[in-house]
Design a protein around this ligand. Sequence first.
Ligand code: DAH
Length: 355
Amino acid sequence: MDSQSLQTLEQGLLGEIVAAASLEDLEKVRISALGKKGRVSELMQQLGKMEPDARKAFGQAVNTVKAKVAGALDERKAELQALALEARLQTERADISLPVRPGPAAEGRIHPVAQVMDELAEIFADMGFSIAEGPDIETDDYNFTKLNIPAEHPARQDQDTFYLQPDANGDRLVLRTHTSPVQIRTMLKQKPPIRIIAPGRVYRGDSDQTHTPMFHQIEALVIDEATHMGHLKWTIEEMCRAFFETDVKMRLRSSFFPFTEPSAEIDIAADGIGKPGEWLEVGGCGMVHPNVLRNCGIDPEKYQGFAFGMGIDRMAMLKYGIPDLREFFNADLRWLKHYGFSVLDVPGLAGGLSS
Ligand code: DAH
């Protein structure tokens, strides 16, 4: 092939490329030019039969054509893709102001426990806490011993523990009776300052109108170099104010927990929920016991902190006026429709936690 026809071929191909009106057409042109049996590829195959000098010149010429054609193909492809996207954007408009169509997304409800967990996570995130987790099946060591509750300690009898078979290391396993072992897990792997919350399921062999064998708690832990009871009280008060979206009266009543010293019970005035004059216990709190810090390799001479644990179900009952705890776990759709929350109603501090 002479250079004249090579140029004609090049012009022809470039013309076809520009004329291609769709990505499919363009792909056809590509195959017919650069594919295995394409017009340019076939020229390359002629090289073998040529004299060395002619081969070099012709080879270069064909390569130039090939490069131009490839460049033009890329360019047109980008153009056609942009046009295709533009066309889709014109036709596929999403009107996010439309109400949800009837169907599962509109029917579905967020369970009050999940809602309260989301609300609390939102409140604590705003105060700079992050979320920590631990497993439901916990070692006896983390659930009790490292929390300063040694074997034979009477506090073990307070909680009707579900014991499981020991694990492969022979460690006794339990269904965690509280979220406090997440404190241990956090302190073992994270250096102070620490500021976490840990919401989750807990288990105790107990069942009546206000107790179920599985329920939910939220744990909080703060460890730093100058943390004191004032910080603890402020944090709980702020949390209550944000959570109940009103000024609730709260009091700390002196108490005992093996993992805190001093310890207190958290009570909330029930005026707001139609029980004037009554105090309702929602959880326990205190300054982390030096033994617990030591068990986790933290120097109690340098660091101290506070912790608290609260019943999430209890807080949901208080805030949303739900009388019977057992109903929470009956999977009754009528109940869920009544007490549940819209999937689209995501709690946020700015718009009100529960609109
Ligand atoms: N773990 C305790 C319980 O389930 C509650 C509790 C009390 C948690 C005091 C704490 C705390 O973090 O400091 O009864």
